[in-house]
Design a protein around this ligand. Structure first.
Ligand SMILES: *Cc1c(COP(=O)(O)O)cnc(C)c1O
Length: 382
């Protein structure tokens, strides 16, 4: 049987090897060092923010970002229901409570009208809203042109979960730079990886200094170990930062590869009735994951059937995020729903999108989908 083609595996090669080896040989293995400082500078420059703080995961970045804007026990935080669980968990770590909001059915991003209504209602009921946390879904920026004025009007800080969106932009402005503070992830399946890591970006250097302090056990600058706050062990190591610097050099090339793949998928599915790419019209997306949405009334087949066809050929796919309001851990949380996220969960499918896929592997994936579509085009619709 042919080797498994994964959804979004790490894309590393000789450049990463040379950067990591150089860091190892420099003696700056851990915890901090010149690669860590340089990685922060490079990411801040890329995103156009005044500063950045490298941490051990995107989840840690979100946690520190929320603490930074003052979220705490008793607060309500507005979170999309369609997201990875880390967005909601970070809210819970602070003692605040997430309220889940449904999405735009075409992009999977936060439904801004619902956010506006919810903020008015929460305020009318006397709740303190600590933050709104938009997620840039699959690499497509949320609708900031609409969302930012709504949050400014309600005087609620925006914490941007840009975990999936490094290298993306919206109206010419880089992802990560839209809120008071933004969070990236360098997990192994993201657009680029440090094998595990994350980054905070912001123009507010005081906020970042506080986050850096909390990320290093809140150790005071004294010869002995002195602590006034409960801190965390959240700092990224110098060795992993070296890996990140190499990945950042290759980021534009990796984004171009993913976009090429998306273009292939767009062409392949264009003649198929009822199939659309989620967030297809976003030219600023980094194309982290290409996901299709299948309207089975029109297509005559379901997303799960395509998934099974590909799985039988050792090609990995995955449903889009299972909405938070459906997660047992968040049962009973307050939600504002239209059914859009539920529909995307039922009808959506993430396709192999990795930048390391070679031409042979891409041919295998496209050929297998083509075979499925040809068979279904001939079959009577059930
Ligand atoms: C991956 C991801 C995270 C978490 O990042 P980790 O580095 O895995 O902790 C948070 N939010 C979203 C939307 C993600 O996709």
């Amino acid at each position: 049987m042919s080797r498994t083609i994964y959804l979004s595996p790490p894309d590393v090669g000789p450049l990463e090897e040379s950067y990591v080896l150089a860091a190892l040989r420099s003696g700056w293995v851990a915890p901090v060092g010149p690669d860590l400082d340089a990685f922060e500078r490079d990411v801040a420059e890329r995103v156009g923010t005044r500063g950045a703080v490298a941490v051990s995961s995107g989840t840690a970045a979100l946690h520190l970002a929320l603490l930074g804007v003052g979220v705490g026990p008793g607060d309500v935080v507005v979170v999309p229901t369609l997201t990875f669980v880390a967005t909601a968990n970070a809210v819970r770590y602070t003692g605040a409570r997430p309220v889940f909001v449904d999405c735009d059915p075409r992009t999977g991003n936060l439904d801004v009208d619902l956010v506006a209504q919810l903020l008015r209602r929460l305020r009318a009921h006397g709740h303190r809203v600590g933050a709104v946390v938009p997620v840039d879904m699959f690499g497509s920026c949320a609708d900031y042109a609409a969302l930012l004025p709504v949050c400014a009007e309600a005087e609620v800080p925006v914490v941007e979960d840009a975990a999936e969106a490094l290298g993306s932009s919206h109206g010419g402005r880089p992802a990560g730079s839209f809120g008071r503070i933004g969070a990236f992830s360098f997990n192994g399946n993201k657009i680029m990886t440090t094998s595990g890591g994350g980054m905070l970006v912001s123009d507010d250097l005081t906020l970042l200094a506080r986050a850096r302090h909390l990320a290093t056990q809140a150790r005071e600058p004294t010869p002995h170990y002195e602590h006034r706050d409960v801190g965390y062990n959240y700092r990224l190591s110098n060795l992993l930062a070296a890996l990140g610097r190499a990945q950042l050099v290759r980021l534009d090339g990796m984004i171009a590869r993913r976009r090429q793949l998306r273009d292939h998928y767009a062409k392949l599915f264009a003649p198929a009735p009822g199939v659309e790419l989620i967030g297809a019209e976003d030219a600023g997306s980094n194309c982290w994951l290409t996901c299709v949405r299948v309207d089975s009334d029109r297509s005559g087949w379901r997303a799960t059937e395509l998934a099974a066809h590909l799985a039988a050929r050792n090609i990995e796919t995955r449903p889009v995020w299972k909405p938070m309001h459906r997660q047992p851990v968040y049962a009973g949380a307050e939600s504002v729903l239209t059914g859009a996220a539920d529909a995307l969960f039922t009808d959506g499918l993430a396709l192999p999108s990795g930048s390391a896929l070679n031409e042979g592997q891409i041919g295998r994936v496209l050929g297998a989908i083509d075979e499925f579509l040809t068979a279904r085009a001939g079959a009577p619709t059930a």
